[in-house]
Design a protein around this ligand. Structure first.
Ligand code: ATP
Ligand SMILES: O=C(O)[C@@H](O)C(=O)CO
Length: 434
C-alpha cells in the first residue's frame, strides 16, 4: 500500500486533531506514535487495531518544546519513513496557536524538511476557524482577541507575545518570510499560485497565509496541490484530500463496534478541561480526584483510584482527574516543582490507565497532550486508526492493545471540546458505531 499524504505532527493530541480533519475530508488515516523502528515494511494494521488501508499516515512526535536539533532529527526520521511509505506530499503540523520560541521549533523543522525535500518554497498557516483560530494580515487571532492578548501569552514553555506571524516565523528562520494576504486567498487558487510564484522569484522561502474561514482553507488547499511540503495547524487538512479526488464519506471514519467499560482520565489543567470536569461533577458522575501532594507524600493514589473505579465501572463512565484551576496548580508547582509535579501526576495517571484497561475498560477518553502521551506509552499503543469526530479537533480512534484487543480511545487537547465532553463523547461513539 502506498500512502498519498505523509504528516509529521509536533505533539500527540495535535496529531489526532490533524488526522480528524483528514478523515472528515474523506481520507482513511492511521496515526503512528513516533517513527516505527522496523522501517517501512512494518504492516500498518499491527498499529491500528483495524485493517491496514490508509490514504494518509500521521506520525506523532513530541518535538514542540524539545531542543531544536532534537526536533529536526526526529522530523527528518519521520520524513524518511513517510517517503519510503510512498508519501507524495508532506504536511508538517504544529499548534493552532503557533506554539514556539525564538529558537524554534517551527522554523528550524520547516527549513530542515525543505532542505531534505529539495524544495525552495512552502506555506505556513495555523488557521483553524472551526476552533476560533484565524489569520488576518499575518496576525493570528484566538477567538476574538489577538494571540498576544490570549491566554497563550502566559504559557510556561512557549509564551506567545507577538501576534505577527511573519515576524514570529522570521525570527526562527534563515530564509525570508512573506505573506499571502486575504485579498489573494479570497480571489481563489489561481491567484494564490501566482502570488506563490512572485514570492519565489523574490527569494521568499515560506509565506504566512491568511485564512479566516474554511472556504479560505479549501482554496489554499487547491492552490498547494503538488507542493512537496506544506506546514500548518490542522485547518489546511480540510482542503487537501480533494487534490487526490477524495470526498467526505462515512466510510473513511469506520471503526470496529465499541464494547467494554468506559472511563475518562484527565491530567489537563486548561480552562476548557476545568469546565468539562466541573460539568461531569455537576451531573453527579463518579469521579476520583488525584492529589499530587498525596502522591508526593508516598500514598498509593493510583491504587486508591483503581479501587474507586472498580466499584463503579458498571454504572457508566468513571472519571479520574488531577485537573485543577490555575491557582491550585501553581500552588502545587511551588511546593513540588513544576516538572516534578507533572511527572508524578503523569506516572500516576499512566498506572491508572493500565489498571483500568486490565479491569475491562475498552472506551477511554484522555484529556491533555502530555497526559495523552504518558497514557498511550503506558498502554503499549503504537498506532491509532482515526474514526468519527466528537467535537472539532477530537475524534474517536481505535488502537490495538498488546494482547490483541481493540481499545477505543479519544485524545483530547486541553483547549478542545464542549462542556459536556466527558459524557457526550461516549454517546457519540455508540450512536456512530454501535
Ligand atoms: N493538579 C496538578 N498540579 C500540578 N500539575 C498537574 C496537575 N494536574 C496535572 N498536572 C500536570 O500538568 C501537565 C498538563 O499538561 P497536559 O499537556 O496533559 O494538559 P494541558 O496542558 O492542559 O493540555 P494541552 O497540552 O493538550 O493543551 C501535565 O504534566 C500534568 O501531569
Ligand atoms: O492545533 C491545535 O491547537 C492542537 O491540535 C494542538 O496542537 C494542541 O496541542
Amino acid at each position: 500500500m502506498a500512502i498519498r499524504l505523509g504528516c509529521i505532527a509536533d505533539d500527540f493530541t495535535g496529531a489526532t486533531d490533524l488526522a480528524n480533519n483528514l478523515v472528515r475530508a474523506g481520507m482513511r488515516v492511521i496515526q503512528l506514535i513516533g517513527v516505527p523502528r522496523d522501517g517501512a515494511e512494518q504492516p500498518l494494521h499491527a498499529h491500528s487495531g483495524a485493517d491496514s488501508e490508509a490514504d494518509a499516515v500521521v506520525i506523532a512526535l513530541k518535538s514542540r518544546t524539545t531542543p531544536a536539533s532534537d526536533a529536526v532529527a526526529a522530523s527528518l526520521r519521520a520524513l524518511d519513513w513517510l517517503r519510503s511509505a510512498g508519501a507524495e506530499q508532506i504536511y508538517f503540523k504544529y499548534c493552532s496557536t503557533f506554539d514556539s520560541t525564538r529558537a524554534g521549533n517551527i522554523g528550524p523543522v520547516t527549513e530542515a524538511l525543505m532542505d531534505a525535500l529539495g524544495t525552495d518554497f512552502t506555506v505556513a498557516t495555523p488557521a483553524f476557524p472551526d476552533n476560533g483560530r484565524t489569520v488576518f494580515k499575518g496576525h493570528l487571532f484566538v477567538g476574538d482577541v489577538l494571540l498576544s492578548e490570549s491566554g497563550m501569552r502566559h504559557h510556561p514553555l512557549t509564551p506567545m507575545t507577538d501576534s505577527n506571524l511573519v515576524s514570529v516565523l522570521g525570527a526562527q528562520s534563515t530564509r525570508p518570510i512573506g505573506l499571502i494576504d486575504h485579498t489573494v486567498v479570497a480571489a481563489g487558487a489561481d491567484k494564490i499560485r501566482r502570488r506563490v510564484e512572485a514570492l519565489r522569484e523574490e527569494g521568499v522561502g515560506a509565506a504566512i497565509v491568511d485564512a479566516v474561514s474554511n472556504d479560505d482553507l479549501v482554496r489554499l488547499g487547491a492552490a498547494v496541490k503538488g507542493l512537496p511540503l506544506v506546514t500548518a495547524g490542522s485547518g489546511l487538512a480540510i482542503g487537501l484530500p480533494a487534490n487526490w479526488g477524495f470526498e467526505p464519506s462515512p466510510a473513511a471514519a469506520r471503526l470496529p463496534a465499541p464494547r467494554g467499560h468506559r472511563a475518562v482520565i484527565s491530567g489537563s489543567v486548561s480552562d476548557a478541561t476545568n469546565g468539562q470536569v466541573a460539568e461531569f461533577l455537576r451531573a453527579g458522575g463518579p469521579a476520583f480526584s488525584v492529589d499530587p501532594l498525596r502522591i508526593a507524600a508516598g500514598e498509593d493514589v493510583a491504587e486508591q483510584a483503581l479501587a474507586f473505579a472498580a466499584a463503579r465501572l458498571a454504572e457508566g463512565p468513571v472519571l479520574v482527574y488531577s485537573t485543577e484551576a490555575p491557582g491550585a496548580v501553581k500552588d502545587v508547582q511551588g511546593r513540588l516543582g513544576a516538572a516534578e509535579a507533572g511527572e508524578l501526576v503523569e506516572q500516576t495517571l499512566a498506572r491508572v490507565a493500565r489498571g483500568l484497561v486490565e479491569s475491562g475498560v475498552r472506551q477511554l477518553v484522555v484529556a491533555g497532550g502530555e497526559t495523552s502521551g504518558a497514557v498511550v506509552r503506558a498502554l503499549g499503543i503504537t498506532g491509532l486508526r482515526i474514526g468519527p469526530q466528537i467535537d472539532p479537533g477530537v475524534p474517536w480512534c481505535a488502537a490495538a492493545l498488546p494482547g490483541g484487543d481493540t481499545l477505543h480511545i479519544a485524545l483530547k487537547s486541553g483547549n478542545f471540546g464542549g462542556p459536556g465532553f466527558f459524557t457526550t463523547s461516549f454517546d457519540r461513539l455508540t450512536a456512530e458505531l454501535a
